[in-house]
Design a protein around this ligand. Structure first.
Ligand code: CO
Length: 311
């Protein structure tokens, strides 16, 4: 890995770690998700990074892929997963944590186990370690915990860690959190993210959750839609984005795009999704609608050394 690339990964990780601390301080029960998201968005910019993707604020049985749009009235309650990405020159730190907002510690054990899984995995991540070794440690930790505590926590097998590359959040390698035969060695930059639940341990795709990504380069006839796409390509490259950012960036106020805001902007996005130009990610929801916990860190292996950049 080039020195410059490594430095960017480290800087992104440092910012991501600060954002986690910041988020832990500001998040309170019944706070609107939109206020949490906007505070995180601004703080990332203030610290000299860019969001690598819209912060995922997923409640209870929603495992991932929800970000609030302007006007969203949803409030934080139950168990909240905060999955955030920071990038510097396109090099990404992807990290997540879970908070119990019940006031009675209803999800304390699940989160503690989830954190233990990630910390046990972190201990064995070194140069040359194989993907399957992560799965072994993750599953062993979960099974041991269940035995010791007479509990029935389950890993969500359909959600995995992944390698990272410039402006690319899922760069090819899948890092499963259960026993598997994948002998690929962990190298470069990657994220490890176990998800634990009290449900069946699988997910289904629900409604769209407000996170968009460019999907097709086909030409678009509508002039305003073309302006929106141009802006998205310039600002976010191949990275995911959301309505909140387009509103904030002042597409409606920007001289070049005087017509595109509010309802019009929402309409354009939905039209582009229908045409297949944009993809809007569906929410990933636990199959039995049981609560889900998540923790995640980004790792960089460079010259035989392992850095946990977001921790
Ligand atoms: Co991730």
């Amino acid at each position: 890995m080039e020195k410059q690339e490594l430095e960017s990964y480290v800087k992104a990780g440092k910012i991501a770690k600060e954002i986690k601390e910041f988020a832990k301080e500001i998040i309170k029960p019944n706070m609107k998700l939109i206020n949490i998201a906007e505070a995180i968005d601004s703080k990332i910019n203030e610290l000299g990074g860019e969001p690598a993707f819209p912060v995922n604020l997923s409640l209870n049985e929603i495992a991932a892929h929800y970000t609030p749009a302007p006007g969203d009235e949803t409030v934080a309650e139950g168990i909240l997963k905060i999955d955030l990405g920071v990038c510097v020159d396109g090099y990404i730190a992807d990290t997540a944590f879970s908070v119990d907002l019940t006031g009675e510690g209803k999800f304390k054990d699940m989160i503690e186990l989830n954190e233990k899984i990630l910390s046990n995995v972190t201990e064995i991540v070194k140069s040359g370690v194989e993907v399957r070794e992560v799965g072994d440690v993750a599953q062993d930790t979960l099974e041991e915990w269940n035995e010791d505590n007479d509990s029935r926590f389950v890993m969500i097998k359909s959600l995995s860690g992944h390698s990272l590359a410039q402006d690319t959040i899922h760069a090819g390698l899948t890092i499963s959190n259960y026993r598997n035969d994948n002998r690929n060695e962990l190298d470069g930059a990657f994220a490890i993210e176990p998800f634990v639940t009290t449900g069946v341990g699988d997910i289904y795709e629900g409604n769209a959750g407000g996170i968009y990504v460019l999907q097709s380069k086909e030409p678009v006839r509508d002039r305003d839609a073309r302006e929106v796409l141009k802006f998205v390509k310039e600002e976010y490259k191949t990275r995911p984005f959301c309505l909140r950012w387009l509103e904030k960036e002042g597409l409606g106020r920007h001289q070049a795009y005087p017509l595109v805001s509010g309802a019009k902007l929402r309409y354009i996005l939905s039209m582009l999704v229908k045409q297949g130009i944009l993809h809007e990610y569906p929410m990933l929801i636990e199959k039995s609608k049981a609560p889900v916990s998540q923790v995640e860190n980004t790792f960089v292996v460079a010259e035989g050394e392992v850095l946990v950049t977001s921790n």
